[in-house]
Design a protein around this ligand. Structure first.
Ligand code: NAD
Ligand code: UDP
Length: 309
């Protein structure tokens, strides 16, 4: 298949490009490198089935090639990233989604949106099933990301209704692994890099807030399976193994054999207190569930950062 991926030089996008190329697809990666890195895809630049277009997808893009899929993964995704670029984040979620849907429509291609657990906001229902409408502060610091993704989902469903686009919406929960940026501010990359450099691990608030972390290989497998079924979603993909951030910091210190201590910093505004995906639907519809334990995933990620810091 011919597949266009926006955000293909980012953490998840680069893994997806590699997997789709391995499966003998032609991949066109569109990225403006606002939070991604050429290093993530450097090994692909000489592949005959890979093409890179440096472009801001919030601006219209015209493609000559036939396309089977348009997969929209472009967006700053870490709180540090979207707090730095709130307007660009809103634009890529809204205008960028619109441009991508336009490409998909004109090519009669299927459309895939990378949405997020952030659309549930600071959730009052736990764990979060797809039916939950969420609890988002529409004008808080995270709203540029949360509301952009909510608008993106609304736009994709409107295109399905009005233009009969064949589409998928995945709600991705916290994912980690090799190719994460050391400086993108997300908790796993922060804590691992601090542990490896024997700096104090920064835990925000009292560390009793929870997240549920999915290893990248499991997520990519789920995305590939989602492309293969006749179901639009929205579909949660993530690992339901929930952990407090304090406990995560302790595990990272232990696994990495670091001599670092933990230091507590203030909790960012609107930081969700709990998050865990209900993956009943993904299990049933995709016959998918995460296979890599947090222990194993952390070991692999720490090993990668040791080589790449
Ligand atoms: P990332 O920042 O590593 O990758 C995003 C990529 O998009 C980067 O390469 C960036 O340069 C590119 N990009 C951003 N704006 C662009 C624009 N206007 N035009 C072209 N390219 C642009 O983040 P990620 O973790 O790989 O996230 C990828 C997608 O998955 C995002 O849409 C994000 O919302 C979603 N997601 C990720 C997670 C996670 O835990 N990593 C969780 C939920 C959702
Ligand atoms: N966090 C932390 N220390 C850090 C970075 C993040 O304690 O150095 C916390 C953050 O406040 C949040 C959780 O870890 O409660 C996950 O943060 P991340 O930025 O990875 O993603 P989020 O799930 O909030 O989008």
């Amino acid at each position: 298949m011919n597949i266009l991926i926006t955000g293909g030089a980012g953490f998840i996008g680069a893994h997806l490009c590699k997997r789709l190329l391995k499966d003998n697809n032609v991949v066109i990666c569109v990225d403006n490198f606002i939070t991604g890195r050429k290093d993530n895809i450097r090994d692909l630049l000489n592949e005959p089935n890979f093409r890179l277009i440096s472009h801001d997808i919030s601006q219209p893009l015209y493609i000559d090639d036939d396309l089977d899929w348009v997969m929209h993964f472009a967006s700053p995704a870490s709180p540090r990233g979207y707090l730095r670029f709130p307007i660009k984040t809103l634009k890529v979620g809204t205008l960028g989604t619109h441009n991508c849907l336009g490409i998909a429509k004109s090519k009669h291609a299927k459309f895939f949106l990378a949405s997020t657990s952030e659309i549930y906001g600071d959730p009052l229902i736990h764990p979060q099933p797809e039916e939950y409408f969420g609890n988002v502060n529409p004008i808080g610091p995270r709203s540029c990301y949360d509301e952009a993704k909510r608008a993106a989902e609304a736009m994709v469903f409107a295109y399905q209704k009005q233009h009969n686009i064949d589409m998928r919406v995945v709600r991705i929960f916290n994912t980690y692994g090799p190719l994460m940026r050391a400086d993108d501010g997300r908790v796993i990359s922060n804590l691992i890099c601090q542990a490896l450099t024997n700096n104090d691990l920064t835990v925000y608030g009292n560390g009793l807030q929870t997240r549920s972390f999915c290893f990248i290989d499991d997520l990519i497998e789920g995305i590939i399976k989602f492309m293969q079924v006749d179901f639009s979603g929205p579909l949660n993909l993530g690992n339901p193994d929930e952990i407090t951030i304090l406990n995560l910091a302790e595990r990272i210190i232990k696994i990495s054999g670091s001599s670092s201590s933990i230091k507590f910093l203030s909790l960012p505004e609107d930081d969700p207190k709990q998050r865990r995906p209900d993956i009943t639907k993904a299990k049933k519809i995709l016959n998918w569930q995460p296979r890599v334990s947090l222990e194993e995933g952390l070991k692999r990620t720490i090993a990668w950062f040791k080589q790449n810091l």
